[in-house]
Design a protein around this ligand. Structure first.
Ligand code: NAP
Length: 278
């Protein structure tokens, strides 16, 4: 039976390291969050970011811009924040209204204030293994793997999902650890090859967003399963993997909720502290 790989214990450890750094620097940090229009989907993220910031003594400031704000308006607001020395980090809440392209806009955040780790300069540093500010979810997965002391060198790691925030940056972080990385995606699924790849994974990382995509019997005996997926099924939140079935074969498995999620927000705070050079 698999052991549970929960995020909450790690969260406490990382929080305590960050709190020490902030206290010993004696510097007041400020994180600014920008929301355009009102979207209930943002509220959950804003609340959990504010809670994490409060616990670390970081000032969290939410700016709710009018829903008619256009790309130019948002960029000029970001540029003001870039120049404001009292601001250490900037987050743009998603989803943005359809008339604003997040990929274009996020490039205007100065790299040192890019707490989500999505500026091309920060992403580019991943190629050289030199990134200090990392995409939060990918960083959370790496923390979970490191917490169980797994030596990734030569391990077959299969990632399913090739998004910019999870699968792509994770593949680079895992290569740095000398893992043998396979990235699967919709093309793999359409070719009917998902099962074949998953069955040989020593470490499986799921980041798709489809409940029940992976059957328990596909999991290799003793594999480590990290389920990033978040899916609402009725009134329950589940991942992409059949948790019950996979638990019988895996050595470690993340619960959903309670695995990757709690760590993601604390990675945002770690990026803020890195960006402030504490
Ligand atoms: P995304 O941008 O929609 O990416 C999903 C990926 O899965 C894409 O690469 C997509 O390929 C691929 N895909 C879709 N259907 C597939 C299938 N049947 N078989 C194989 N691959 C398939 O999503 P994301 O932002 O990376 O998020 C992925 C999941 O993680 C979501 O459930 C999200 O809610 C969750 N998430 C959790 C956290 C956390 O903190 N726990 C953070 C971020 C995201 P194509 O794009 O080519 O179709």
């Amino acid at each position: 039976m698999a052991k549970l790989l929960e995020g909450k214990i790690l969260v406490e450890q990382i929080k305590s390291i960050l709190r020490d750094k902030i206290n010993s620097a004696g510097k007041k940090l400020k994180l600014v969050s920008i929301q355009v229009g009102v979207n209930p989907a943002c509220e959950v993220y804003v609340k959990s970011q504010k809670r994490a910031a409060d616990l670390l003594g970081i000032e969290y400031q939410l700016h709710q811009l009018d829903k008619v704000t256009n790309g130019e308006g948002l960029v000029s607001f970001i540029q003001e924040l870039n120049q404001d020395n009292s601001v250490n980090g900037i987050i743009i809440q998603l989803p943005l209204p359809l008339h604003i392209d997040y990929k274009k806009i996020s490039q205007f955040i100065t790299p040192g204030k890019d707490v989500e780790g999505m500026h091309p300069l920060n992403l580019g540093k991943l190629i050289f293994g030199k990134a200090k500010i990392l995409p939060c979810t990918a960083a959370a997965v790496m923390e979970l793997l490191s917490s169980i002391g797994l030596n990734l060198s030569g391990k077959e790691v299969v990632i399913v999902g090739h998004s910019e925030i999870v699968g792509k940056p994770l593949s680079l972080l895992l290569l740095e650890k000398l893992a043998t990385v396979t990235v699967c995606h919709i093309g793999t699924f359409k070719a009917g090859k998902l099962e074949e790849h998953i069955k040989r994974a020593d470490v499986l990382i799921m980041a798709v967003g489809k409940a029940g995509l992976v059957k328990g019997e596909w999991i290799k005996e003793g594999a480590v399963v990290i389920d990033v997926g978040i899916n609402k099924v009725g009134d329950k939140i589940v991942g992409d993997v059949d948790f019950e079935g996979a638990s019988k074969r895996a050595s470690w498995i993340t619960p959903v909720p309670g695995g990757v999620g709690p760590l993601t927000v604390i990675m945002l705070m770690r990026n803020l502290v890195e960006g402030a050079n504490l």
